[in-house]
Design a protein around this ligand. Structure first.
Ligand SMILES: NC(=O)c1ccc[n+]([C@@H]2O[C@H](COP(=O)([O-])OP(=O)(O)OC[C@H]3O[C@@H](n4cnc5c(N)ncnc54)[C@H](O)[C@@H]3O)[C@@H](O)[C@H]2O)c1
Length: 164
């Protein structure tokens, strides 16, 4: 299978599942935007580009609406299109409801759920405007379906991200 001339945005692409997905899509020939808060994304992009792949690092806090808009704009400017998004960035630090303060709840929901809505929304707006088709993958978890004690905000965020 080849993804030559296809462009994919991968949030949380600097480490873990996101990084493995970045490397896989590079080897399948895609243009890959590594969107992450961590500067490890720049190092990853530099080393992949040196090896002949086509990547761009975009430093982003996925919870920011303006930064999601800028991510789509920069991707279109740099690669000339957008075909696939993988809303993968997420955090798991959580707690039982008696331990979890409201600020922590809101931060987790912003990063794991609102960010998915924002990336999907601005990608879909672009595809509708251009009358193009696109592919959306939102990263869920077993906790999208099965709740677990101690994962108060994480379970809620992952269930929301695959069901809206
Ligand atoms: N690891 C698992 O066992 C597992 C299981 C099920 C689902 N998931 C989900 O898979 C996704 C990736 O998990 P992982 O284990 O690879 O995590 P990870 O911690 O290795 O990577 C997450 C990446 O997201 C980035 N990130 C965090 N907050 C950000 C923000 N506000 N803005 C931009 N980037 C941000 C981090 O810098 C990091 O590079 C998450 O959504 C997680 O919930 C993981």
């Amino acid at each position: 299978m080849s993804f030559k001339n296809k462009t994919i945005i991968i949030t949380g692409g600097a480490s873990g599942i996101g990084k493995a997905t970045v490397e896989k899509f590079c080897h399948l020939g895609a243009n890959v935007v590594i969107a992450d808060l961590s500067d490890h994304g720049q190092q990853l992009s530099d080393s992949l580009n040196t090896a002949g792949h086509k990547t761009l690092f975009f430093k982003i806090n996925v919870a920011s609406e303006d930064e999601n808009k800028a991510l789509i704009e920069k991707t279109l400017q740099h690669f000339g299109g957008l075909d696939i998004i993988f809303a993968n960035a997420g955090i798991a630090q959580d707690g039982s409801i008696d331990q979890l303060d409201f600020a922590h709840w809101k931060r987790l929901i912003d990063i794991n759920l609102s960010a998915v809505y924002l990336l999907d929304k601005y990608a879909i707006e672009y595809w509708l405007k251009e009358n193009k088709a696109g592919v959306i993958v939102n990263c869920g978890s077993i906790h999208s379906w099965v709740g677990k004690s101690g994962l108060t905000a994480y379970s809620a965020s992952k269930k929301g991200g695959v069901n809206y």
